[in-house]
Design a protein around this ligand. Structure first.
Ligand code: SAM
Length: 215
């Protein structure tokens, strides 16, 4: 896998910082994980632009600064077990793998999971487990999680995911209708209940029910 030239990499990291990604652990993880291998075909040459790009199955790899801001909001510690709903290209999960003890990532498209798994292997990220399924139901067998990140927009934070968050846990999820601007929210779970924070406007593909058709 090829790496970007140092100038391109510097501009990429500068764009992240200028858009509010300031956490040094997150920046370090994003410096280590090149976005290039996660973008294919005609879009590969735009991998280091701060923009979402199309991937297979009609889905998208998110904008790098949004990946950085969501990761930052998640406040991942090296002891954490993280669930990501919406593997997509695998880029977000690979960054989380540098920050957490264990990452489970789930997508409704088998092809995306298969392709992401090949990249996790090539990058030697043995702490990522990728699965095919409807992530709105979470992963009851591996629950509870310290952190949950949803990278597709739900109308409300899915109940099963809230139930699978540990007390003291944090979930970051875009909420709102899929065809409008949504709001990225952070949910903190305590012994007393749930606290909600609105973080910023975002635009994500929708969290859909069931499994995707193979493309
Ligand atoms: N995190 C990804 C990355 O780093 O490339 C970007 C995710 S993309 C914006 C949203 C993903 O959510 C798509 O791959 C889509 O298939 C997936 N998705 C939508 N609904 C889902 C569901 N119910 N369960 C699992 N994945 C879902």
């Amino acid at each position: 896998m090829t790496s970007p030239d140092p100038e391109t990499k510097m501009q990429f990291l500068f764009a992240l910082r200028s858009r509010g990604v300031t956490d040094s652990r997150v920046l370090e993880a994003m410096e280590q994980i090149d976005r290039g291998p996660f973008v294919r075909g005609i879009f590969a040459e735009r991998a280091y632009e701060d923009t979402p790009l199309p991937i297979a199955c009609g889905q998208t790899i998110s904008q790098p600064s949004v990946v950085g801001l969501m990761t930052q909001a998640l406040q991942v510690s090296p002891r954490d077990t993280v669930l990501e709903v919406g593997t997509g290209s695998g880029y977000q999960a690979a960054i989380l793998a540098k920050l957490a003890r264990r990452v489970y990532t789930i997508d409704r498209h088998a092809r995306l999971v298969r392709e992401a798994r090949m990249i996790f292997d090539a990058l030697q990220l043995p702490n990522v487990t990728s699965l095919v399924g409807d992530g709105s139901f979470g992963l009851p067998d591996q629950a509870p999680f310290d952190r949950i990140i949803v990278t597709a927009a739900a109308e409300d934070p899915p109940g099963p995911l809230l139930a699978q968050l540990k007390p003291g846990g944090i979930m970051v999820v875009p909420v709102g209708q899929s065809d409008t601007v949504q709001t990225l929210i952070r949910v903190r779970k305590s012994e007393d209940g749930l606290d909600y924070d609105e973080l910023r406007p975002v635009r994500f593909v929708p969290l859909l029910e069931g499994l995707g058709k193979e493309a």
